[in-house]
Design a protein around this ligand. Sequence first.
Ligand code: BGC
Length: 411
Amino acid sequence: MQQDSLKKFPKDFFWGAGTSSYQVEGGIENNDWAKAGREGRVPVCGIACDHYHRYEEDFDIAKSLGQTAHRFSIEWARIEPEDGKFDMEAIQHYQKVCKALQKRGIRPDITLWHFTLPLWFSETGGFERKDSPEIFSRYCAFVVEHLKEYCHHYATMNEPIVFASNGWNRGTWPPFKRFSLFDFLSITNSGRQHKARYAKGLKPFFLYLRVVKHLAQAHNLAYDAIKHVLRASDVSIVKHVILFRSNKNPINILIAQFINWWWTYRFMNKVYKKCDSVGLNYYLQKKFGDRATYIKTDMDWDIYPEGIYDCLMMLARYNKPLFVSEAGIADAKDDRRGTYITTQVNAVWRAIQNGADVRGHFYWSLLDNYEWALGFEKRFGLVKIDYTTLERKIRPSAYIYKTICEQNAVQ
Ligand code: BGC
């Protein structure tokens, strides 16, 4: 590789990959997703990758791949299985997880909540509850109190808007409430069915707005609670940004601007003051008035890794340090992942040159995992999981990422 054509990242830039508790740990039965699995509404997660017992092996792999940081989440239902009752053994497990990372020279980066809710909370309304911000921040403070010795980097929540839209708008995730204008007007057959099954007129839409409001309040309250426990913490939010763009048609420009506001800025404007840094999850783009056709990932998403540049520039307006908390591709054959990563990391480098204060990058995901309502079929991992034997196998593209991590540079 030609050294002089290498694009160098700032010293101290961190490189890693992410996972989330429910998607990899296995053995979690007391949350809303496990219940939905038992009811046949989403695939059963079961033992997943058994990461709960195999984290040491998985961190050995991360280390062998040159990674210097690891993003993972805490399972709220394990920590607080009953309202206000905290499980010390559960928190001790995550202390061991942090120590295992530190032993390998990998910096732990914790997401306190990644989509799944303890049953006692979801069954009593979850984030529809007026007191949900207090309940959430109480949980966050407890976790940080017990992990502060090992970790200074905490994201309060992962993708609040995805959580709210899938749960109260599209109706594909717990609590499966759906609102669409077509349903509301009962125009289509499926609309009539959905209306009968889930929606009561406009109600889910108002509930969606309420949930979003509570999520913003929950983040802001949790920020203060975490700071109270650990002043030196770096507290962030992880925001999923869909890149809405357009051709030169003024109407399309307006539509794109409006939807960017609705999806990204509206929420960020409510929380950015209580963020020491902001994490970006990037997967999707939509260009209005676009005639181009895109090659698709296994999720049927356009392959457009360079779009991460615009997303970082969108978040740069908040003047906070940024990091890529997730960016990745479902690619079972592993024939596109390497190029995807290289192109995407190039775009991150360009964003830094143009003023975005990006501090690190987590590929999604370290391991193949439970892709929510789609089960185990979609393969995002740098590491392939054989779900029968639970054998781990490093994919060829992981070595492309390894070179980037080790050189702190991209070609
Ligand atoms: C979520 C992950 C998910 C990934 C791929 C992100 O929106 O945080 O949990 O696996 O996208 O769909």
